[in-house]
Ligand binder design. Structure first.
Ligand code: GCU
Length: 578
């Protein structure tokens, strides 16, 4: 897969070769799940590079000499940048960096005893928005694009004994050929916004594995380069060698569900490489217009949520995630739509423990460059990396392949291919997207639905389309042959702004909105879920009225993630018996 790297002509052979390898999809990934490495989080330096001078001048080859030892002038010195924490979003670190969209250079040193012939050394990045190029001791070790998925790069040949210098070029430019493209309704944070870790493995190690209950058995596939690892699930009496990495076990586990989120401790080992995970077994499928979890119909009640925090932007921590899950439960919900890009991997792990169902998605959002093969490769790579990362998480039941994309033949082809990829990579989950409405006939209808298991319906009747009666008209006029989830619906409200005269942006109007929504949905037997848009107010520079000032105010809770608006209680009460 060639990539239009504007700087490819500037680099030597190993850059070009590793560059193309670095863009490859999930197949080149190793998944460190269940293993511990050496964290490289903490203090790095950061230097802005708006003209990408660093790639032209090959800053990654500069020495670390202190200024007093310089013999010729230079425009960058790796040790001389601003000191910043990793993970972080640079936008919130200095006022003058808030709206910076461009390239930066991260740099840090770490000591190491050096590579050894029988070991592999993997640099693992939780995510870098949007594109990253990684250099260790002046050598290019790999690149990645896609702002929210992990990537692993083999650093064995570049690692040396003693002091090692790691430099990462990260750029978050909005471009029409990217995923998302240049126009979207959230803040364009940039940076190494998830952790960086150095893993060390024996030559023969567990690259990744998947385990699931599917077609009446526990099925395991482990990618260990063709060797045969050992699987232990003590509570199920399983202790077996997986011949060639594969195994099928006719066990009868207790199924995982929101009410009983049962997880099993499993251990997969290949010699000294031991992977320990906690895994839930469950079955999710559609039956006509119903969604079945472990054979029983289920209604998904919950909210959408962005990764956005007043203080940390895109960076989540365990407390932030635990609060998110607790708020959904307090709403009387069982479901979170992780909008509109892959969230921190801890969300699915903690949702497994808490018993919250998840819709995870890639940012094929609005007007993507559907005619561009490289854009498709980027979108598919993000999808495959998301699936590879969360494949063993019981809480994830839906892969979302897009959101509100205008109906064209190119869009239909692009997104149908993505849906097929999701089904091929993972036959154990459902595939959905926020689909379109046939406005002429005024019914839920989208050519893309044929490629999906569940139809997502973003509708704002009562807000952008003021008359709530149109929602009932749309539902009565539609005859979908598969389940529909209201994948978004909401209204803005400024926390504390009250008026009972129907005025927009008041808490009272937002609360009334949700009472009307649930009332309109009652009795529609093919609507199997509602995801309120959304849990918390979030930053969006598209929103500039006196009520918004750069924030989208549709949160049920304000951006402090504590101040509940009237709508929080209104929704909780309205859908209690729905
Ligand atoms: C759209 C879109 C969201 C957006 C929301 C809104 O449906 O999917 O990303 O934030 O509407 O207008 O608030």
């Amino acid at each position: 897969m060639t990539v239009d790297d504007p700087f490819a002509h500037l680099h030597d052979e190993d850059y070009a070769a590793a560059f193309s390898r670095g863009w490859a999809g999930a197949d080149t990934l190793f998944d460190p799940a269940g293993r511990t490495g050496t964290s490289l989080d903490g203090e790095w330096t950061l230097t802005l590079d708006p003209y990408d001078e660093g790639l032209r001048q090959r800053w990654f080859e500069l020495d670390d000499d202190p200024p007093e030892r310089w013999t010729v002038p230079r425009d960058y010195d790796p040790a001389g940048g601003d000191r910043v924490p990793v993970p972080s979003c640079w936008n919130l670190l200095k006022p003058e960096w808030k709206h910076y969209e461009g390239a930066v250079w991260y740099a840090r040193h770490f000591d190491h005893s050096g590579a050894t012939p029988e070991r592999r050394f993997i640099l693992h990045f939780g995510a870098a928005n949007y594109a990253a190029r990684v250099f260790l001791n002046g050598r290019f070790v790999g690149a990645h694009r896609g702002g929210s998925t992990p990537f692993s790069l083999d650093a064995t040949n570049a690692l040396r004994p003693g002091a090692n210098r790691l430099m990462v070029h990260v750029e978050n430019r909005r471009r029409d050929d990217r995923v998302p493209m240049s126009h979207f309704d959230w803040f364009n944070y940039g940076g190494l916004h998830r952790g960086v870790t150095l893993f060390e493995f024996p030559q023969a190690h567990i690259r990744r594995f998947r385990i699931a209950w599917h077609d009446g058995a526990i099925r395991v596939v482990a990618d260990c380069g063709g060797t045969s690892p050992r699987l232990r699930i003590p509570e199920l009496g399983i202790d077996a060698i997986l011949d060639g990495g594969r195994g099928v076990f006719a066990a009868t586990p207790e199924f995982w569900s929101p009410d009983r989120p049962k997880l099993y401790d499993i251990e997969l080992s290949l010699g000294p490489d031991i992977c320990r995970e906690r895994v839930g077994f469950r079955d999710v499928r559609v039956d006509g217009t119903r969604i079945l979890l472990n054979g029983a119909p289920i209604r998904l009640k919950g909210a959408c949520v962005h990764e956005d925090d007043v203080a940390t932007g895109r960076c989540s921590d365990a407390a932030d995630i635990a609060r998110r899950l607790a708020h959904v439960k307090e709403l009387g919900g069982n479901f979170l739509r992780l909008s509109h890009y892959p969230h921190d991997p801890r969300v699915a792990r903690m949702a497994d423990e808490a018993g919250v169902l998840l819709w995870a998605e890639i940012p094929v959002y609005w007007a993507i460059d559907f005619a561009n093969a490289e854009t498709y490769a980027d979108a598919e790579n993000q999808l495959r990396e998301l699936i590879a990362r969360d494949i063993n998480r019981a809480s994830v039941i839906l892969w979302g392949v897009g959101n509100e994309n205008a109906d064209t033949d190119l869009r239909l082809s692009f997104m149908s291919r993505l849906a097929a990829t999701a089904k091929r990579d993972d036959p154990t989950r459902l595939v959905s997207a926020a689909c379109l409405v046939n406005r002429r006939e005024f019914r839920i209808e989208d050519r893309l639905a044929d490629a999906l298991d569940v139809i997502g319906l973003n509708e704002y009747f009562g807000w952008y389309e003021p008359d709530i009666r149109d929602l009932k008209r749309l539902l009565a006029n539609s005859t979908p042959d598969k389940p529909v989830i209201v994948s978004e619906t909401g209204a803005d409200a400024v926390a504390g702004l009250r008026a009972n005269d129907g005025r927009l942006f008041t808490e009272d109007k937002q609360a009334r909105f949700y009472a009307d929504q649930v009332a309109a949905l009652r009795g529609c037997d093919y609507v199997q879920g509602l995801a309120a848009w959304l849990l918390y107010d979030f930053r969006s520079e598209r929103r500039q009225t006196r009520f918004q000032r750069g924030w989208n105010r549709k949160g049920l809770i304000a951006e402090d993630k504590a101040t509940r608006k009237l709508a929080f209680g209104a929704l909780r009460d309205a859908w209690r018996d729905w």
